[in-house]
Design a protein. Structure first.
Ligand code: TRP
Length: 335
């Protein structure tokens, strides 16, 4: 990149979520809220990773629906499609094209040692897509010259491969890709399962009582919190020994803005029942406007697709530029 191009250029951020379930309050606090905060200071690319989803078996109609659900939820949570680049991965074919090139620079062992691959190939039937998944993820990142990638702990190993591939390509063919860094969000907003508070809340938990989905009604939210597993004993105190109560306190902290100290004071003499009721009411109020906005967007599919089509066009402009450079450097003929 020359210095003229560099002037006023914001650092690039890319992140994505695989549409393999309904988004949860954990996605809001752990990812989407942070993304929203970054929108104005960075050049952001946020995608719905439908191509990653098919590494495990998907029912076509359900995948189609969930992909659009996820896009609508991104916007409902505050992603502004005018400020950020919001798109569906499969709408930018350059990701797959770069994946092929990068595949030819990746050793079998580099993919084979990925812990997520080992876990998933044991749980689901294995396939080459599941094996090559981190190369697709590297392409997602490198094709936009992303500098920073907000990811959870589970994706760090994949990001390391992206960095290695960027450096390898740059070393062999001259500077082509930005080398991405992980962007670790501030801690404290990690939401745990309501049923097994030592486990992260997950969109694919078999027990739906364990998870607060962003589409849950007020009654569902309140009931799930009422049934949440708490710890033995009494007292509303934030401590490692009381993971159930700590998790509910985190939910209350996020939804009400009150500090842990304020919460402890407020419930000094209260029992678990009263506390849970307050948490349920607070979380329901907090998610209400997001859910309303979501249904409004989701009920106008034509408009939603129009937004995604514009998003894909914008993203493609950057993606095509990178791919063109790559093709030229590796010796493909341009016409
Ligand atoms: N693999 C990520 C997940 O399952 C989603 C994802 C796909 C992603 N491509 C990405 C995240 C690129 C960050 C950057 O959660």
């Amino acid at each position: 990149m020359n210095s003229i191009e560099n002037i006023d250029k914001k650092p690039v951020i890319l992140s994505g979520i695989t549409p393999s379930g309904i988004l949860t309050i954990g996605h809001l606090t752990g990812a989407l809220h942070n993304w929203v905060k970054l929108q104005n200071s960075y050049d952001c690319y946020f995608m719905i990773a439908d191509q990653h989803a098919i590494t495990v078996k998907q029912e076509p109609a359900a995948l189609r629906k969930r992909t659009l659900d996820t896009a609508a939820m991104f916007i409902a949570c505050g992603i502004d499609p005018e400020t950020s680049n919001l798109f569906i991965q499969s709408h930018v074919p350059e990701h797959s094209q770069l994946t092929w090139v990068l595949s030819c620079f990746t050793g079998m062992g580099e993919c084979g040692r990925m812990t997520q691959y080992k876990d998933k190939s044991e749980k689901h039937s294995e396939n080459v897509g599941l094996f090559a998944y981190p190369i697709l993820m590297a392409s997602d990142i490198l094709i936009y010259q992303a500098n920073l990638v907000p990811v959870g702990e589970d994706q760090k190993q994949h990001l390391e491969l992206s960095r290695n591939l960027a450096n390898r390509f740059n070393f062999n063919y001259s500077e082509t890709f930005a080398v991405p860094e992980p962007f670790i969000a501030e801690i404290g907003a990690r939401i745990m399962s309501l049923q097994e508070p030592n486990k992260k809340m997950s969109k694919s938990d078999e027990n739906s009582n364990a998870t607060i989905f962003l589409t849950d009604s007020d009654t569902e939210i309140k009931n799930k919190i009422k049934r949440a597993v708490t710890d033995s004993g009494t007292g509303i105190k934030f401590s490692d020994e009381k993971p159930g109560i700590a998790n509910l306190m985190t939910l209350y902290n996020i939804s009400s803005g009150k500090s842990f100290k304020e919460i402890e004071e407020e419930f000094e003499n209260a029992g678990y029942g009263d506390f849970k009721k307050a948490v349920g009411d607070s979380v329901a109020n907090y998610l209400n406007p997001i859910r309303d906005k979501y249904f409004e967007l989701r009920n106008n599919e034509l408009k939603l697709k129009e937004i995604l089509s514009l998003g894909a066009d914008k993203a493609r402009k950057t993606a095509m530029k990178t791919l063109r450079k790559v093709y030229k450097k590796i010796g493909f003929v341009s016409l």
